[in-house]
Structures are given as structure tokens and as C-alpha cells.
Design a protein around this ligand. Sequence first.
Ligand code: SER
Length: 316
Amino acid sequence: MKKILVIGAGGQIGTELVLELRKRHGVHQVIAADVKDECVDALKAGPYVKMDVLDRASVQLFVKEERPDDVYLLAALLSATAEKHPDFAWKLNMEGLFTILDLAKEGYIKKIFWPSSIAVFGPTTPRKNTPQYTIMEPTTVYGISKLAGERWCEYYFNKFGVDVRSIRYPGLVSYTSLPGGGTTDYAVDIFYHAKKSGEYTSFLTKDSALPMMYMEDAIRATIELMDAPKEQVKIRSSYNLAGISFTPEDLALSIQNNIKTFKINYQPDFRQEIADSWPDSIDDNAAKQDWGWKEKYDLKLMVETMLKNVDPSKLN
Ligand code: SER
């Protein structure tokens, strides 16, 4: 039976990924790891280990003992937080990756998943329908770390045969756990406020189009990429994934179709500059061709699902 380790399991992606992997492989086959003492409630049914990905020696010890087949390395600082702590963001986002890539190179791990992001693109990238291969001059610490990470993933595949796979996630929208520190997180916050007070102040302008995706699609994409036969995974840097492109205004209008009285205000802050440097929409034909990717959620279905499931009491 396959053994899986998910590092950064308490985060927005990690929580839902562990739940889905446990459904498929069995609760005890999927070890959740995170830097916090306590496991998040949603994952308490299965194994949990406190792990600081920057503590290379203890990560090595754990992996050499447990010998997981697949490792999902999700521990990272997102774009807005990374701008506030650039040194730490660079350290966290890169060092953990090297530790895991080296363990795979030495034969202790069979397959790695490492998330990249639309943040690898920058202001000089074509904004609409951004191609897989294009100008990449990111201007955020987060984007620089993700682009460097992509290059290292491809390098370890080419030089050492490390089976590493990656997706450039768009902004992710979900209700199980709250996101933290991302520029696209307005598209999650808005649902909590819509249900709690019927009003939301967006930190991005109304016409800031960004590529987004509902979490269920993102998790399915991740698992489908990891399950794809090796020879179908032709890109070893990271795959573009499109999802749904929308603006805060589009999202507000769609929420108003469900909550007529919902009101949105706009008060852009430092995150606007980050959003302005990212694409509006993404071309994900390579993912479609290579491993058969197809998204399920459109804006309407995403909004309805979020409004049904978001628990506004989770908001402080
Ligand atoms: N959602 C991320 C962020 O906004 C982008 O990968 O930081």
C-alpha cells in the first residue's frame, strides 16, 4: 500500500488534499505534517506529525524512517505575507524544497508534488490567456521563489531523474480552512462577509481580473497529475492551470444573484500592485493535452457552493 506524506497539511490546500488522499488511500496511509503543535480538527482522524520543514535534519530522519512513496510539499509563505518578510519567505519557500528534492535524489522518496503559482509571471508577461512558455519576470518575493523552485524541480528531473510534478495554481477558493496571506484571498473572505454582514470591502479594485479556481478542481488536478503515467508528464517545471477568470465586480454580481442586498466597497491596498503584476487569464492547453485536465466549476457553481458551505462564525 502507498504511503503519503503531506507537509504543510494544516494550510488551505493541505487540509483538503489530505482529506481527499485519505478517502482514496486509507486514513492511516496519509501522514499529515505541519509546523503547529496541534493537528487541525479536520485531520485528527489520521496520523499527524509536528514538522518544521526548515529543520533539515529532522525532516531527513523522519523521511528515512517512514519512507513515504509520495511527498506533497505545501509549506510556504504566500504573496502578501512574503512581501512583509522577504528573507524568511525566500528561506522557507526554497530550503524545504531542496531537502525534499535531495531525499528523492538519494532514493528515499518516489514522487514529489510541489506547488507553483501564477505569481511566477510578472508585468512583462502577456496578461490574457498567458501561455505555458512566455516571459517570466516576477516582481514579488513569492513569485521569484516559485520561479526559482520551478527551475530547480526541472533541474533535478533532468540531472537526477527525480519524479517531481507541479502546478501553477491560480487563486484558490475554498471553505474548509481559511487562507492566509494571499493576494487572491479576497475571493474567499468575501463569502464570509457576505453571509455575516452582507457587505465586503475589497482590497483590490473592481476590475482586477485574476485567474481563480475552486478548491475541489485544484485538488482533483493535483491528484490527477500525481496519478498520471510518468511519460505523460512532459513538463517538469510546472503546468499552467486556468480555472475561472473573474474580477471582484464579477464575483460581487454573482453573489448578488443569491443575496440581493449584498454590497461591495473598494479600498485597494498594497496587494493591488501584486495583483496588477499577474495575468488576467491562463492558457492551460498543455495540462489538457498531457494528462487530460478538465475543470468542472464555473463562477456560478463556485459561488453557489461557497455560499451554501461557508461558516461565517469562523471569521474572527
Ligand atoms: N493565491 C496565491 C497568493 O495570492 C497565489 O499563488 O499569494
